[in-house]
Design a protein around this ligand. Structure first.
Ligand code: NAD
Length: 480
């Protein structure tokens, strides 16, 4: 019998045991050891949570915006006060280096702070209809929102959905990824201690095809926010279509990071390495395709090889540059893509293997890998690998750079490195992606709207756009 902590559901402000009595193991990706035993939710657990969220919906919607803001500000402060234990739990559960987990806790606090500050400034409109009418709009919450969360940034992605949903007056039933449930449940406990009424934020842990499926199909859910892979997103959208429920989808990416010949090559190379090694490349917005002008291709690759040799790899608790992949499945998948890269005729300028260091043998590590000789139509340049594997593709002119950048089913983000202002703005406008970074990959923050073009998703999170996704507009017209 394992002595690992036991994670229950969080329903109506309290820990609730799995109704079936079933629990599963959540593993430390750096060692494979058990971090926690997690409740395996079923349709009955989901039903209890959704009914609770439904009961709480009316009264939470009636809480004044400023009072809702006070609760959210307290949650932000509590997250900061508990940053160290939260970061450690995230590192053990997800594998990411401690400093990246700390940064995720800070971003989570920022989401609560940002939407707390915004919610009492949301003014609607009056509509000019002449002297005989008064016409105006109101923002109203949807009611019960279902939030399905992936494993790559569990706390931050929970906060990204919870904060605007709560600020707007909705209630929540969340389903964290089965591999990383710890910090999502912890966040719900913190929110409850900060004065969030019971039933407003519930978490049901469990497997996607059981708990997640029951949640997105539940007849009392009024809006679905899903972050995860494209195939699951398609299933969720079909479930939403059956009931005509609005859905926000944040899906995958294969984002281009474009280095023009006039760029500061040192900054561009450093930015490119960070764009693919942060969180071991398991970021939907990772810069996984590096498009380099042919005249500087070899110089850039030389820099990438030198920089990747300096990337430290190890257990997240030792705070290296890069931790393990979060799940064994993902580790196998990434290694499959490394094999495919060779089969497709490319070569590794660096990396391409599992580290040989015996201290890393128990975990799901791979080396940061630079793949050269890649052509845009290859599978490794088209499919989301979700690991530290950078595909370098040369281009000859701006038009070709834009054509290759857009030559993907995805459209989440793009990076541009250039010293020409005109080129930066011209190319930014031509890129089919929801967010463009110029001269700093991952530029932006909780304030900047984020979401996909094409198959990267529907709707926007972050910024004021993120708040609008949780509000419906009603117009009222009065004959005077
Ligand atoms: P996933 O689709 O396998 O799982 C995501 C979540 O959906 C998990 O909680 C899972 O349990 C749940 N789920 C699985 N099957 C379900 C079903 N049938 N019904 C309802 N829920 C179900 O994705 P993942 O592997 O956890 O995450 C990686 C993917 O997420 C990548 O493609 C990545 O790009 C994407 N992602 C996107 C963003 C973004 O903001 N665009 C952010 C992070 C991750």
């Amino acid at each position: 019998m394992s002595d690992a902590p036991v994670i229950h559901h969080f329903i109506h402000g309290a820990a609730v045991e799995s109704s079936s009595g079933d629990y599963f193991d959540s593993l430390d990706p750096a060692t494979g050891s058990v971090v926690a035993r997690v409740a395996a939710g079923n349709a009955q657990d989901v039903d209890a949570a959704v009914h609770d969220a439904r009961s709480a919906a009316g009264s939470w919607a009636d809480v004044t915006p400023v009072q809702r803001a006070h609760v959210l500000f307290r949650i932000a402060a509590a997250l900061r006060a508990e940053a160290e234990p939260l970061a450690l739990a995230e590192t053990l559960d997800n594998g990411k280096p401690l400093s990246q987990a700390r940064s995720d806790v800070e971003s989570s606090a920022r989401y609560f702070e940002y939407y707390a500050g915004a919610v009492d400034k949301l003014q609607a409109e009056t509509i000019p209809m002449g002297p005989d009418y008064l016409s105006y709009t109101r923002f109203e919450p949807y009611g019960v929102t279902a939030q399905v969360i992936p494993w790559n940034a569990p706390l931050q992605q929970a906060a990204r959905g919870f904060a605007p949903a709560l600020a707007a007056g909705n209630t929540i039933v969340a389903k964290p990824a089965e591999d990383t449930s710890l910090t999502c449940v912890r966040l719900a406990e913190i929110a409850s201690r900060c004065g969030l009424p019971d039933g407003v934020l519930n978490v049901v842990t469990g497997l996607g095809e059981v708990t997640g499926d029951a949640l997105v199909r539940h007849p009392e859910v009024d809006k679905i926010a899903f972050t995860g892979s494209l195939p699951t997103g398609q299933l969720v959208m079909k479930a939403a279509a059956d009931r005509v429920v609005p859905v926000t989808l944040e899906l995958g990416g294969k984002s281009p990071n474009i280095v023009f010949a006039d760029a500061d090559l040192d900054s561009a190379a450093a930015g490119a390495i960070r764009a693919i090694t942060l969180n071991a490349g398991q970021i939907c917005s990772a810069g996984s395709r590096l498009l380099v002008h042919r005249s500087v291709h070899d110089e850039v690759v030389q820099r990438l090889v030198a920089l990747s040799a300096r990337v430290t790899v190890g257990p997240g608790v030792r705070d290296p540059d890069m931790g393990p992949l979060t799940t064994e499945d993902q580790w196998r998948r990434v290694r499959g893509y490394l094999d495919l890269a060779l089969e497709e005729g490319t070569s590794f300028a660096s990396g391409g293997k599992v580290p040989t260091d015996s201290a890393l043998r128990g975990g799901w590590f791979v080396e940061p890998t630079i793949v050269v000789g890649v052509a845009s139509q290859m599978r490794i340049a088209q499919e989301e690998i979700f690991g530290p594997v950078l595909c370098v593709i040369p281009f000859d002119d701006d038009a070709e750079a834009v054509q290759i950048a857009n030559d993907t089913d995805f459209g989440l983000v793009a990076g541009i490195w250039t010293t020409s202002l005109s080129r930066a703005h011209r190319v930014a406008a031509q890129i089919k992606a929801g967010q463009v970074f110029v001269n700093e990959y991952f530029a932006g923050g909780v304030e900047t709207p984020f979401g996909g073009y094409k198959r990267s998703g529907i709707g926007r999170e972050k910024g004021l756009e993120g708040l609008r996704q949780y509000l419906q507009v009603k117009s009222v017209t009065v004959r005077i």
